[in-house]
Design a protein around this ligand. Structure first.
Ligand code: C2E
Ligand code: MG
Ligand code: MG
Ligand code: MG
Length: 282
């Protein structure tokens, strides 16, 4: 490899690979301390009723602000956290943080809808996930009914039966479960029958073509009907335009989330924009 890269114009190639490699190593190394250094933050994206326009929930999304490298996208650091096993600690930090936020909001606002937290399939590889989560909500004085756990179908890596067992245990404590990014990749409908879920989130790839591609429209319609037949709540993700919102209304989708409604934002902004304080509410 070294000898070959001595040829014509290998410099850039070498630096490119080397650069990406050392960035990844650096992120791996520094992600370990990101939480205790206060570099991690949750932002919250509103989810509103398609018909009512009212806040029905919100999704917490993790942000890493590196002191030198700046904002690092979850699509870059979550896979690193998964590979290194750090996702377990980070996942616990995320749940604890969401619980603390719920506590703070419930003291200041009249009604606070549930917060959705993303889970990685890798977290299910820990046999004590349910016990860990039980401890986190207990320590934070948080009611699990206020938390939605978002999972994706990328569970191929783990044993399906054990995932179902853990999900049942979590649901027994009061957590609700959403299937995220539904329809992306190779969704097996058999999963839907087996997984104990409450909410189905339609992947944003359907939304982006909802009003331009009849096939996406047909699939979105079918997913909504299927979900309602199974008595699941349906959330459309990635809603960006008024036309998409209008179509979701026609299709009787329950809830919408996306830039058309609002971006993910820090807790204070969400509170100011969406939560009513008890004094103002009469
Ligand atoms: P996700 O769970 O499907 O989250 C939705 C993503 O769509 C978020 O990207 C959000 O910012 C983005 N989004 C929201 N509205 C729109 C829209 O109208 N159009 C488009 N194109 N995108 C929109 P983000 O925050 O970059 O997160 C990416 C992914 O990283 C998440 O996808 C989730 O899989 C993962 N992730 C984020 N936070 C966590 C976490 O705390 N734990 C774990 N395990 N994964 C996380
Ligand atoms: Mg999600
Ligand atoms: Mg999603
Ligand atoms: Mg996802």
């Amino acid at each position: 490899y070294e000898a070959k890269s001595q040829g014509a114009g290998p410099q850039l190639f070498n630096e490119g690979i080397g650069g990406a490699f050392s960035r990844k190593l650096r992120l791996e190394r520094e992600l370990r301390f990101a939480a205790e250094r206060g570099e991690l933050q949750l932002v919250y994206q509103p989810q509103v009723g398609v018909e009512s326009g009212r806040l029905e929930g919100m999704e917490s999304l993790l942000r890493w602000r590196h002191p030198e490298l700046g904002a690092i996208s979850p699509s870059e650091f979550i896979p690193i956290a998964e590979e290194t096993g750090l996702i377990r600690e980070i996942g616990s930090w995320v749940l604890g943080e969401a619980c603390k936020q719920l506590g703070a909001w419930s003291r200041r606002a009249r009604t606070v809808p549930a917060i959705a937290v993303n889970l990685s399939g890798k977290q299910f590889m820990a046999p004590d996930l349910a016990e860990t989560f039980r401890g986190i909500v207990r320590d934070a004085g948080c009611d699990p009914h206020q938390i939605v756990l978002e999972i994706t179908e990328s569970f191929g890596i783990v044993d399906m039966d054990s995932v179902i067992g853990v999900l049942r245990e979590l649901k027994g404590m009061g957590f609700r479960v959403a299937i995220d990014d539904f329809g992306k990749g190779y969704s097996a409908l058999g999963y839907l029958k087996q997984l104990p879920i409450d909410i189905l989130k339609i992947d944003k790839s359907f939304l982006s073509e909802l009003t331009s591609d009849p096939k996406s429209d047909a699939l979105t319609r079918a997913i909504i009907q299927m979900a309602q037949g199974m008595e699941l709540r349906v959330i459309a993700e990635g809603v960006e335009t008024p036309a998409q919102m209008a179509r979701l209304r026609e299709l009787r989708c329950d809830i919408a989330q996306g830039y058309y409604i609002d971006r993910p934002m820090p807790a204070g902004e969400l509170e100011a924009g969406y939560l009513r304080s008890p004094q103002r509410a009469k």
